[in-house]
Design a protein around this ligand. Structure first.
Ligand code: ATP
Ligand code: MG
Length: 218
């Protein structure tokens, strides 16, 4: 069985995340994608981030009734910074041995991968699926991705355009999927709320309602 792992701050979860996850599930024939809200994102320390329980609840309500998407609270329950490598190891330990795991990662995040904790181990541990994102990379995403990998990810990666992937003799591949380009970000959503603007159609209605009821991001 093929399963996707999709971590993020999800502050809040929005339609950009959700559509991208579904697009990857279809393109990569994944049984499902597991969305994993980070407790303390390592790169966002010092910022004011709502309690992970709010972010978890919003993510749960966003995927309700969607078979291909589910939510895990592993990072929410773990103390200390949420390192992706620990999460990957957790699922490798707990899922059935024949499960094939894929780590979903947006282009903006992938283009900073060499700053991540244990990023080399991560590339050795799990296949990646890089998702396009508006404003990230040139018109030809494969070209931007090739250039980045060549400059920042040492190793013998060989690009196969027909399979939309970079293959390495000793490591799992780095795939990429051109997802529906929705120029939506959590930063923009938080800013709209602060300015008293509407966020309708940017997030699922249940998430919009949750934010209003809990008075988040004001
Ligand atoms: P913020 O503005 O607070 O950074 P964000 O919208 O970037 O929020 P994150 O929680 O930081 O959301 O992102 C989690 C993951 O989802 C990252 O890998 C990111 O690249 C990806 N992602 C976020 N928004 C989109 C989008 N609109 N399309 C594709 N991928 C996205
Ligand atoms: Mg982000």
């Amino acid at each position: 069985m093929r399963i996707g792992l999709f971590g993020g701050t999800f502050d809040p979860i929005h339609n950009g995340h959700l559509r991208a996850a579904l697009d990857v599930a279809e393109a990569m024939t994944l049984k499902r994608c597991i969305l994993i809200p980070a407790a303390t994102p390592p790169h966002k320390t010092g910022k004011k981030i709502p309690n992970v329980n709010h972010r978890l609840a919003m993510t749960q309500t966003a995927v309700e009734g969607v078979d291909a998407l589910s939510v895990s609270d592993v990072e929410a329950r773990r103390s200390g910074p949420s390192f992706t490598i620990d999460t990957v190891r957790h699922f490798q330990r707990t899922l059935a041995a024949e499960t094939e795991l894929f780590l979903l990662i947006g282009a903006d995040a992938f283009f900073e991968i060499d700053a991540w904790h244990a990023w080399r181990e991560l590339l050795e541990a799990i296949a990646m699926v890089v998702m396009t994102r508006p404003g990230e990379g040139a018109a030809d995403f494969a070209v931007s991705l090739s250039a980045f990998i060549e400059a920042h990810v040492p190793g013998d990666y060989r690009f196969e355009s027909a399979r939309r992937a970079f293959f390495h003799p000793g490591r799992p591949p780095i795939h990429y999927v051109p997802v529906t380009m929705l120029d939506i970000s959590s930063t923009d959503i938080r800013s709209r709320i602060r300015r008293g603007r509407s966020i309708r159609y940017l997030v699922p209605e249940t998430v919009e309602r949750y934010i209003r009821e809990k008075e988040l991001y004001r």
